[in-house]
Write a protein that binds this ligand. Structure first.
Ligand code: PLP
Length: 402
């Protein structure tokens, strides 16, 4: 008898059935539409949970990034559309492509920033180099918090403030993660979240953008809602003074989100247990390290990731698990190594940095993001797993060390 498939991170509805209650209410009131009570309440409950000023529920995390970039003015000057004079946005190289793609939607140019070993996220050292190189041309810094680990926000914000450039946080993977006691997504001018199927909570698909400016947030979010519903002017007829988008969340989907929000803390606790299980199980195995959880970080542990720098390689692990019907996957392949983005600039934290250069003496890597990509693996982190499933994963992996 074959064993059941183990997933990386699959949807996990509440045992109590909260989601169904809200979805049923949408059906009972025939509010099967974009907008409606669930959307309004989801926005309020979400902001309240994070301590954000206000929020707009959108059709995806990608749409949320697009709207946040537009809101800080990326690509707004149409006369600057000529190729050599476009707005620049700093963006981590090691991330999912959905972080970077909306920069292109806005006719801007991404400059990819290396990661550091302490956070696996945007390196403040590389960011500073980038600011020196592109001073005066940068319209926004887009930081991501991968796998539920938070970037070093104090250092990044200090640089943004010094150069007067707004920060946007891609917190798609870090809902519920705390940086020094405060939720990620609430530090930048805007924070964005995703409720895609494999995220820590899901609505089947969806996103949220929060604004964190104490004075102007209501206004800014209202503007985003306006763009996201086709930019309809207040007029008797369909009149449009601005380009519109169809990016709002549906009322049915928002019902799932309201239910899922109630179990967010529970999911974080479960994800943390999964991480701790792996950590204990791998003690004493040669060349294996858990992703970095440092002092400033209280992750949501969305995915448990490891790096391997001994005789067992990431490919060995991916293959061994795959053969047993267990899903795992590589770390995000850096954007500067993607064919689509091959012409974009990349700022490594290693170049002309002899101390960090030492790290790569025996390897072909010339950036931290590349090193993490080559050594990293995301292990099954599904909260639907039980202890037997976790033991199965670990048993299969440990065979590789014999
Ligand atoms: C999932 C994800 C997104 C995109 O969210 P969607 O809701 O799928 O559009 C953006 N950035 C990161 C880092 C993600 O993991």
């Amino acid at each position: 008898m074959g064993s059941a498939k183990i997933y990386l991170s699959s949807p996990h509805m509440s045992d109590e059935g909260y989601e169904k209650v809200y979805v049923r209410e949408a059906f009972d009131t025939n509010w099967i539409a974009p907008l409606g009570k669930n959307v309004n309440e989801f926005e309020k409950e979400f902001s309240a949970k994070l301590g954000a000023k206000c929020a707009a529920a959108l059709s995806s995390g990608t749409a949320a990034i697009h709207m946040a970039l537009k809101a800080v003015g990326v690509g707004q000057d149409q006369e600057r559309i000529d190729r050599h004079n476009r707005d620049i946005v700093f963006c981590p190289s090691m991330t999912f492509s959905a972080t970077a793609n909306p920069i292109i939607y806005q006719n801007a140019v991404p400059v990819f920033i290396d990661s550091d070993e302490e956070s696996w996220n945007m390196s403040p050292v590389a960011l500073e180099k980038a600011f020196q190189k592109y001073e005066g041309k940068v319209k926004a810094v887009l930081v991501a918090h991968l796998y539920g680990l938070s970037a070093d926000l104090d250092k990044i914000l200090a640089l943004c403030n010094h150069y007067h450039v707004p920060l946007i946080e891609d917190a798609a993977e870090s809902l519920g993660t705390l940086y020094k006691g405060k939720y990620t997504g609430t530090f930048g001018k805007y924070g964005i979240f995703s409720f895609n199927g494999n995220k820590i909570i899901t609505t089947s698909g969806g996103g949220m953008v929060v604004a964190n400016d104490p004075e102007t947030s209501e206004e800014r979010i209202a503007k985003i809602r306006f763009w996201a519903t086709q930019s309809r002017d207040t007029a008797r007829w369909y009149q449009h003074s601005e380009l519109g988008y169809n990016y709002r969340m549906s009322n049915v989907v928002a019902g799932i989100g309201r239910g899922q929000l109630k179990v967010l803390d529970q999911r974080i606790a479960e994800k943390k247990n999964i991480f701790a299980f792996y950590q204990r199980a791998f003690e004493g195995l040669d060349g294996i390290e858990m992703m970095p959880v440092n002092d400033w970080n209280q992750p949501n542990y969305w995915l448990s990731c490891i790096t391997l720098n001994g005789s067992v390689t990431p490919l060995d692990v991916l293959r061994a698990l795959d053969e047993e019907n267990i899903e795992s996957r590589p770390i995000w392949k850096p954007m500067h190594l993607q064919p689509y983005y091959s012409e974009c600039d990349f700022i490594s934290q290693c170049e002309s940095d002899p101390v960090d250069g030492e790290l790569f003496k025996n390897s072909v890597c010339n950036s931290v993001s590349e090193k993490i990509f080559k050594q990293g693996v995301c292990l099954p982190s599904d909260t639907n797993m039980n202890e037997d499933d976790l033991e199965r994963v670990v048993r299969i992996m440990k065979k590789l060390w014999r």
